[in-house]
Every structure is written in C-alpha cells, then in structure tokens.
Design a protein around this ligand. Structure first.
Ligand SMILES: Nc1ncnc2c1ncn2[C@@H]1O[C@H](COP(=O)(O)OP(=O)(O)O)[C@@H](O)[C@H]1O
Ligand SMILES: [Mg+2]
Length: 325
C-alpha cells in the first residue's frame, strides 16, 4: 500500500498547568491518503484544534508530546527541529485554512502584501511571477475580479470572498496536505455550501489531501471520504464516511448522528458535556455519557481495534470481535 500523506499514531499531548498535567490528546490515530479528504469530528472541546497545532508543530505553552508519531510523507515530524518545520513543512508542504476569515486577514495591509509573503519565502521566482501565479489561483477559486484583488484591502471583500482568498493562500505554495479548521462555520449556509463544493473540486483536480476539522456531521457527509471521530481527546472510531454515517459503531458516533439528523435543524446535543482534560474519567472517557456503558468501561486501555476493513473502533461492545478478548 502507498505511504499515507499523513499518519498520526497513538498521539498523546499533555499540558502542565496549576492543577497538574492534563492529557488533552490521548491515543489519537488516523491516516490521510493521497487525494483523500479525512474529516475529524467531535464536539467542541474534544481537542480538534489542539490536534492541528500538534501536526503543525505549534504547541500551546506547557504542552509536550508524551507518546506517538506524526508521519508526513513517511517522515516523523516530531523529530524535526523548529527551523526545519518552518523551512520545509509549515505553510509550504502543509498549509492551513483558518476558521474565521474575518480574523485571519490584517485590515491594514493589502491582500497581495499578505498572500505573497509565503510565496516569497517558499517558492523560487520573481515578485512579478508570484503575482501572476497567485492571480491564476484566485481565478481558480472563483474570486470575482481576480486581477484586481491583490491591490485591495480585506474590508473590500465579503466573508465568502475572504475565505476564497485564504484558500488561495493555502494553495499558493503547492501543498501536499491542506488542513482546514472548521473553515465554513463563520459563513452563511449558502456560502458554506459553495465553499465545500470548491474544496472538493480543488482536492480532486490537484490531487491534494485534506484534513477537514468540523463538529458538523452534515458537512462530513457532503465532503469527506473518511472520518475520524474523537471524543475528549481520544480516537473512538475511524472509517469510510459512508459506512460510518450509515452504520456508526461507537455509541458516541451514534449519539452525534442521532442529535444531528439534518443540518438545518437546531443542534439538540448529547446530554452532559465533554469533560475537561483535567477531570477526564478513567478508561473510556465517553462512559459517563454513554447509554450502553458497563462497569468495565472505566478499566479499559484506550486503543482502536479493527472491526471491518478500513474501519476501527475503540469500544468494549466490539472487543469480543477482536480475537475473542
Ligand atoms: N493551552 C491550553 N491549556 C490548557 N488547556 C487547553 C489549552 N488549549 C486547549 N485546552 C483544552 O483542551 C481541550 C481541547 O481544546 P480544543 O483543542 O480547542 O478543542 P476543539 O477544537 O475540539 O474545540 C479543551 O478542554 C480545552 O479547554
Ligand atoms: Mg477548535
């Protein structure tokens, strides 16, 4: 099998604070193949943004990686120095689309001044060639008046147009992997829809891979090939989007689906809330909210086990299927 573009295995990230050490991520595992969009799903507070920071090598203060690997094109990123990450990975081979296009652009500078900077740092060519390349990408992301955009200021664009600018910026240095952190949540529903269609087209045309982080299973159903579900910092289920959404195995995935039947409905929510990592329950962290919990759930060591080809789950309900344990 081809080497995945990104493979995260058994990742643990702990932050030391006044109240002790908290495992914000514990046993997170998934992989993204070439040309694939992997959705990372979980409620707010489950560790999605922290996971992205770990991959990009921009850890929060006091954080350390306690276990696991992050392999990008076969290389372990955790062994890279800060300078190597900056020079050869971040913003070039791995790029990022932020959540809020209103916050991500500096109002004081033209779009060109901001978007051309990373091209200047990472790509050969003259400023003029960079402008031409970027204008071409702005046309590709269907920004109106692409030729004029680089000399305009952010306030001259709508939210959807700003997100197109940021998508163009993410593509400018010809990345292998694009990471998007809830890139449509700040946009209205129609614009959201257009951006999702655009992202799918770009991934398919350019042979990119994408890690798409969201709390919205409706978005996953539309966009993603595969899904990784995380709960309170732990991987609970990974599988092909179609299977996982039609026949979820983990009770958390099932609960997320049950309270989110249609994107237009109000989010009802699963009773209870995601625990703070400082007060994470032992064993399966979902057990206190799980309708199918058993006493033994609190004793489990978290670990994804293969339940079907390409489909893995971490739940006591499926343990018997894995070698009769
Ligand atoms: N720098 C930090 N220090 C302490 N706790 C943090 C820090 N960053 C995030 N957390 C905690 O880690 C958990 C996951 O946060 P986050 O990654 O932002 O989740 P998500 O993006 O899924 O909403 C939350 O409980 C959050 O409070
Ligand atoms: Mg987040």
């Amino acid at each position: 099998m081809a080497v995945p573009v990104l493979a995260v295995e058994g990742l643990r990230l702990a932050i030391r604070g006044d109240e002790g050490e908290a495992r914000i991520l514990d046993h997170v595992s998934f992989s993204v193949a070439q040309g694939e969009i992997l959705g990372i799903v979980g409620e707010s507070g489950c560790g999605k943004s922290t996971l992205i920071r770990a991959i990009l090598g921009i850890l929060p203060r006091g954080a350390r990686i306690g276990a696991g690997e992050i392999r990008f094109e076969g290389e372990n990123l955790l062994a890279f120095s800060e300078a190597e990450l900056d020079r050869t990975v971040r913003g070039s081979r791995i790029s990022f689309i932020p959540q809020d296009p209103y916050l991500a652009l500096n109002p004081l500078f033209t779009v060109g001044a901001q978007l051309l900077e990373s091209m200047r740092r990472h790509l050969p060519g003259t400023p003029r060639e960079h402008r031409e390349q970027l204008t071409k990408i702005l046309r590709r992301v269907q920004l109106p008046d692409a030729e004029l955009a680089l000399d305009r200021y952010p306030h001259q664009f709508s939210g959807g147009q700003r997100q197109r600018l940021l998508i163009a910026a993410a593509l400018a240095c010809r990345p292998k992997l694009v990471i998007a952190d809830e890139p449509t949540t700040a946009l209205d529903v129609t614009t959201q829809q257009q951006i999702l269609v655009l992202l799918r087209e770009l991934v398919d045309d350019m042979g990119l891979s994408m890690l798409f982080v969201t709390h919205d299973l409706g978005v996953v159903a539309e966009l993603c090939d595969r899904v990784g579900v995380i709960y309170a910092g732990q991987s609970v289920e990974n599988g092909p989007a179609r299977h996982l959404l039609r026949a979820p195995m983990h009770p958390y995935t099932a609960a997320l689906l049950a309270c989110h039947p249609d994107r237009s409905d109000d989010f009802v929510g699963i009773p209870g809330s995601v625990p703070s990592p400082l007060r994470a329950p032992p064993g399966c962290r979902f057990a206190p909210r799980c309708a199918q919990a058993q006493p033994a759930c609190t004793l489990r060591d978290p670990a994804l086990r293969n339940a079907a080809p390409g489909h893995a789950v971490d739940c006591i309900l499926y343990d018997a299927q894995d070698g009769g344990r």
